[in-house]
Design a protein around this ligand. Structure first.
Ligand code: ATP
Ligand code: MG
Length: 574
């Protein structure tokens, strides 16, 4: 490919609305251009990268026996009404519209309804199961805050797969196979990632795992063990129960705490660590008006965990300032669990503390040396809090650390949520009609391009893993207009590389100084750069530079093509 004919449009300036490095570099390198908020054009060089990502995914999905289909972006409301999601799907995310006959449609944010309808008509017998259909298709979600370029777009490309089974065991087999396939795909893309236990959120169902590419710019926080493969979404990670404290109970004291209302203020005023305080949160109950939650002062309530507790109303609702006053007799900053006429649910860590400080249910007073056994009682103990760095890992091996991640994949065991509602059945061995059970497996194709850049860049631009790069090598001839020899050698090597299926970009742009071409080749992230100049040719050498290491190799002219092919083979990992 000749650069003069390839519409290479690089920018020096960092675009004003691009906050993170992948977004900045994708715009500067001319891979994408914004059309509207969260909606992008992919330009020729960017599309090459997108196709590489797609093809790696396609190859591995095919190898796992999945069958490719394409389903429409425009989806009729009827199917969404059948599943119940026409009115339930995430507020505002579904872009709905009417056609000329006033029939309702939406742009597909995901394809469970369509594929279940496909399965209903195409699958009749258990002999056709298990089967896993996938597509690589455009999705539209009217995201509240589109940002970070292709990482959180409104229109984006997803690989989504859906599997159908007669029983749970078969579903678990495919789920594991998809787990392993995702790991293969991400390893091929040279990504550092973690597979984490996740909450299945609004899609519902059973087991679910997210695949996160590790990056400081990631929107998600994941907790992982320093010693084992344990990793979980922070909201999901279990906080283990610590051993009960054994210190001797001291006598209860009432102390004035004027102007100290928050946990920080009280801990400062009394000069004790926040972990010695027990805070009380009053929330709405399911069967009684209010329930008190007790947590250690240094811990944060985990809404998701609290909402799973049957005594607590869902969604979790805090009592108002006024309600708190009327049930506790004090303002929020002075309430506590001693002499409190409410059911008390204690977090595991809070239940283990002795001689703690808590509000006295009297404004501007706290109690010191309060104890569960003597001064108050909990009705139940649960894991209520967010896990913290330094906590023991829930699997008992190592300690918890946090890292940020970009969710690039998500696998679910959906169960019968859609198949039951939409009546997708097959005949089993005995001729009885049975509702199929389902799995679904998403992967963010366009998001992956951004995620790869987040892990593979330096101060000069992108550093593509060779398997993803838009071109394997760029040839930069120096002053070829003044030297027939440079022109001839360039042409020879270019032709030989193409003949060997090497993806080569020849930077033949006129009127560009070599320095500018060098900078562009670094910004674009092309793994190898071959410089052909008169000076080198007098010694019969050409110069090959590795984008990643910056290492320069002087290659003898005679064996240059051969050597380049050897290097490429190694860096492609084949
Ligand atoms: P997120 O939590 O990031 O909003 P999600 O959990 O809603 O994502 P899924 O429904 O699990 O997303 O979709 C499967 C995959 O599609 C995600 O793992 C992600 O890689 C990709 N994806 C989802 N939303 C977007 C988006 N707005 N832009 C780009 N890719 C996306
Ligand atoms: Mg998800």
């Amino acid at each position: 490919m000749k650069a003069s004919k390839y519409n290479i449009n690089t920018l020096k300036e960092v675009p004003a609305d691009a906050d993170i490095i992948s977004h900045q570099l994708m715009i500067r390198a001319g891979f994408i251009r914004k059309v509207a908020s969260g909606i992008y054009n992919w330009l020729p060089i960017g599309l090459r990268v997108l196709h590489k990502v797609e093809n790696i995914i396609r190859q591995e999905m095919n190898a796992a026996g999945a069958l490719e289909v394409t389903m429409p972006v425009v989806q009729p409301a009827e199917l969404w009404q059948e599943s119940g999601r026409w009115s339930q799907y995430d507020e505002g995310m579904l872009l709905k519209f009417k056609d000329r006959h006033q029939r309702d449609f939406c742009l597909g944010p995901t394809h469970e309804e369509i594929i279940t309808d496909v399965a209903k008509t195409e699958l009749r017998s258990h002999k056709q199961l298990p089967v896993n259909f996938y597509q690589i298709q455009t999705k539209f979600r009217d995201e509240t805050r589109p940002r970070f370029g292709v990482l959180r777009a409104r229109e984006f490309i997803m690989k989504d797969a859906y599997s159908f089974h007669l029983d749970q065991e078969s579903l678990e087999g495919t789920y594991q196979l998809m787990h392993d396939t995702y790991a293969k795909i991400l390893n091929k893309m040279r990504l550092k990632f973690r597979a984490v236990d996740a909450d299945s959120g609004s899609i519902g169902g059973n087991a679910s795992m997210e695949f996160h590419v590790l990056a400081d710019s990631g929107e998600d926080k994941i907790a992982f063990s320093t010693e084992s493969s344990y990793a979980a979404n922070i909201e999901m990670a279990e906080a283990k129960a610590p051993a009960n404290e054994k210190t001797v109970m001291q006598s209860l004291q009432k102390i004035a705490t004027p102007n100290a209302k928050t946990i920080e203020e009280v801990s400062k005023y009394l000069n004790i660590p926040m972990s010695r305080l027990i805070k009380t949160l009053v929330v709405k109950g399911k069967n009684v008006p209010f329930v008190a939650l007790a947590l250690r002062g240094d811990h944060q309530l985990n809404t998701l965990k609290a909402e799973k507790i049957s005594e607590i109303s869902k969604p979790l609702t805090m009592a108002t300032e006024k309600e708190v006053f009327s049930v506790c007799g004090a303002s929020i900053g002075s309430i506590g669990i001693v002499r409190l006429d409410l059911p008390i649910i204690a977090d595991r860590s809070a239940a283990a503390v002795r001689n703690f400080v808590c509000g006295a249910n009297e404004n501007d007073f706290h109690l010191a040396n309060a104890n569960w056994e003597r001064d108050t009682k909990y009705n139940a103990v649960y894991d209520l809090r967010n896990i913290e760095e330094g906590d023991p890992s829930p699997d008992g091996v190592g300690q918890i650390k946090f890292k940020r991640g970009i969710e690039v994949g998500h696998i679910f065991q959906l169960g019968k949520k859609y198949s039951e509602k939409m009546n997708a059945k097959v005949l089993d061995e005995k001729g009885a009609s049975r509702v199929m059970t389902m799995g679904c497996y998403g992967m963010g194709v366009s998001r992956l391009v951004g995620a790869i850049i987040e892990q593979h860049h330096d101060e000069n631009g992108i550093v593509w893993p060779t398997i993803i790069a838009p071109f394997h090598i760029v040839i930069i001839p120096i002053n070829s207009h003044k030297s027939d020899q440079v022109t001839q050698v360039t042409q020879d090597i270019y032709t030989q590389l193409i003949a060997n299926d090497i993806e080569v970009l020849l930077d033949d742009r006129e009127g560009y100084r070599p320095g500018v071409k060098f900078m562009d080749s670094e910004l674009l992230g092309i793994p190898f750069r071959l410089v052909i100049g008169e000076r080198g040719l007098t010694e019969n050498i050409v110069e090959l530079t590795s984008r990643r290491s910056g290492e320069i190799q002087k290659l003898p002219l005679k064996s240059a093509t051969q050597k380049i092919m050897e290097f490429l083979k190694v860096s492609l990992g084949s």
